[in-house]
Ligand binder design. Sequence first.
Ligand code: 46X
Length: 329
Amino acid sequence: SGSGTVTATPESQDVEYLAPISIGGQSIVMDFDSGSSDLWVFSTQLSATAQKGHTNFDTTKSTTFKTMTGAAFSISYGDGSGAAGTVGTDTVNIGGATVTNQAIEVATAVSSSFVSDTNSNGLVGLAFSKLNTVSPTQQKTFFDNAMSTLSQPVFTADLRKGAVGSYEFGNIDSTKFNGSLSWAAVNTTTGFWQFSNSKFSVGTGATTATDGTQAIADTGTTLMLASSAIVSAYYSQVSGAANDASAGGITFPCTATLPDLNVDVGGNYMALVRGDDINYAPVDSTGTTCFGGLQATTNDPQIWGDIMFKSQFVAFNGGNNSIGMAPHQ
Ligand SMILES: N#Cc1c(N)n[nH]c1N1CCCC1
């Protein structure tokens, strides 16, 4: 109902951005992910080992939780991580925006990377509901459920490099970006917030066309995974950049000057990704070699994650299936 805003806090090295939600009155810090569509949470039904260090949702302590008999979920992510469990409904409140019958996916098993990341206690999936994994009856995302009662059918991501930002539902705060938003059509067939990317330029260089590539806006991915055309053109302008097998991707001297990257979004907006944001982090404590925030993927669509969000304020419009961007204020 109305609107709601929560603070988005980066984990160390901006690996992911976490925000608090309330489930049946229990406050739980979650990873907000515009690249998936399940709301699942650590629970007291997990093994004691898995629960250790986490906030674990306890269905027995919620007076509003209702079991969804016979329902189950099982989700696996591109990085090999995953979770599975049972399903119920409860009241979810995110910064004031409330859904009373939200499907809550109660984890009974989670993969090791989730267990070890004790800052995060589950995910809030914000992609389209067609990707939700609940069976036998697919469930809707929080945003899908909230849309009809939000002041506007939108949510926004204001993510910052090494600093707190915000997620907002139902309102677009124009004090958070420069100028006006540029809107692009979203292709909803894949279930992602997917748009066309037809060209790019590096620094002040010439614009290069890309043949019909697409990209998704994915807050649940740390880096910006782009086509090899973009990535090779970009790093050709960075002296000392090279693929570094031991680091698992392209690295460069931490002293390198990184140009800005301009990427087309939907054919009518060149989104600037700051070179400074593409210097992701040193690969080790010596601070000599740095890991690129821009890495190559053969995946189509490309997966534009948090590195892009650090330069661009992003609005997701579920009313007309469009995505809006503008440089942060
Ligand atoms: N891999 C991956 C991935 C993605 N593309 N969006 N969100 C992801 N995860 C959320 C929690 C773990 C991975």
